[in-house]
Design a protein. Structure first.
Length: 308
C-alpha cells in the first residue's frame, strides 16, 4: 500500500496563508504605502532599520522586547496578589514603547518586498497594530482602576500579537523574506580556479554574465584589464546584478537598489544586509578565471577598488 497517497495535504491554516499571498485586492493600497515608506527622508537611518550593520534584518531582534514584556505582563496578570497591579502595567508600557522601533524596522523591510510577501506582510502589520491598540487600551483601563478590563484587553492583545507572529514566521521562513538569497553559492561552487571565458569578451565598465559551477556570475572588466566577479543573484531578494548599473566601482541591483562593491562584494547600501559572494580573479593566457572568496574581508574605506 502506498501510504504517501493517503497522507493529508496542507491544512486550513496553510491554505489560508497561501490565499493571502495570492490575493491582489490590497495591491493598490500596498503600492501607495510602499511609495510613502520609501519617500521618507531617513538617510543613513534606513540602513540601520534594515539591519545592515548587523548583517541580518533588525526587525526580528527588535520585536523580542515588546513580545517578551507583554508575555511577562500576561503571566503576572494570571497570578494573585497586589504586585501584579503595579508591575504588569509597567511591562505593558515598556512593550508599547519598544513596539515603535520594531514597527519602523518592519515597515522599512516591508517596503522592499515583492507582491506575495508584501500581502502577507501587510496582514502581519495589521495584526500587530491591533495588538498595540489593545495593549494601549489595556494600559488606559488599568490607569483608570479597571483592572479586570485591562487584563482582558491584554489577553486579546497577546492573541493579536501571536497571530501577527505566526504571519511573521510564515513571511520569514516560508516566503524567505529577510533571508540571504546568496547563501547557497558557497555550497555550490567548488574550491579552486574556474574558467569564466576570454577576458577580452567582457565589455569594459559594463556588467556581463558568466557561469561558475552552474552558478550565474556577474563579470565586469575594468579599464586596466582587471576582471571583477560577484555572484549574480542579489543576496537581498535574488535580483540579477548583471542587469544593474555600475557606479564608482560598485554594482546597483536593478530590483531594490542595493549597492555592492565589485572588489569584495561588500554591501555598501541596503536594503541588502548580507554581502555578495565575491570571486578572486586572474587572467591566464587571455582566459579569465575565478576562485570563490570564502571569507569576506571588506575594505575599510571607499566604495571601489581604489580602496584596496
Amino acid at each position: 500500500m502506498d501510504t504517501h497517497r493517503t497522507t493529508p495535504g496542507p491544512g486550513p491554516l496553510l491554505c489560508a496563508l497561501e490565499r493571502i499571498e495570492q490575493a491582489p485586492q490590497a495591491d493598490t493600497l500596498i503600492d501607495g504605502l510602499r511609495k510613502g515608506v520609501r519617500a521618507l527622508p531617513l538617510g543613513p537611518a534606513r540602513d540601520l532599520l534594515h539591519g545592515r550593520p548587523l548583517g541580518h534584518p533588525a526587525h526580528p531582534l527588535l520585536v523580542q522586547v515588546p513580545i517578551g514584556t507583554w508575555l511577562s505582563a500576561t503571566v503576572l496578570d494570571l497570578l494573585p496578589g497586589r504586585a501584579r497591579r503595579t508591575a504588569a502595567p509597567v511591562l505593558v508600557g515598556v512593550g508599547l514603547a519598544a513596539a515603535a522601533p520594531a514597527a519602523a524596522a518592519g515597515w522599512a523591510d516591508w517596503a522592499e518586498l515583492p507582491p506575495e510577501q508584501a500581502r502577507t506582510g501587510l496582514v502581519h502589520a495589521l495584526a500587530n497594530t491591533a495588538g498595540v491598540a489593545l495593549y494601549a487600551a489595556s494600559l488606559y483601563a488599568r490607569a483608570r482602576g479597571r483592572d479586570l478590563r485591562g487584563r482582558a484587553l491584554a489577553l486579546a492583545g497577546l492573541a493579536a500579537v501571536g497571530a501577527g507572529g505566526a504571519l511573521g514566521g510564515h513571511l520569514a521562513f516560508r516566503q524567505a523574506a529577510g533571508a540571504n538569497h546568496a547563501e547557497q553559492v558557497g555550497h555550490r561552487v567548488g574550491d579552486g580556479w574556474h574558467p569564466l571565458g576570454p577576458a577580452a569578451a567582457f565589455p569594459v565598465g559594463r556588467a556581463a554574465l558568466a557561469q561558475v559551477d552552474g552558478v550565474d556570475v556577474l563579470v565586469v572588466r575594468e579599464e586596466d584589464g582587471t576582471v571583477r566577479a560577484l555572484a549574480d543573484r542579489c543576496s537581498h531578494m535574488g535580483g540579477p546584478l548583471s542587469e544593474g548599473g555600475i557606479e564608482d566601482g560598485c554594482v546597483r541591483c536593478p530590483w531594490h537598489r542595493s549597492l555592492f562593491r565589485l572588489s569584495d562584494g561588500w554591501n555598501v547600501e541596503g536594503p541588502a544586509t548580507a554581502p555578495q559572494p565575491a570571486f578572486e580573479t586572474r587572467v591566464v593566457e587571455g582566459l579569465a578565471e575565478a576562485r570563490l572568496i570564502r571569507v569576506h574581508r571588506p575594505h575599510r574605506h571607499g566604495r571601489g577598488p581604489a580602496a584596496a
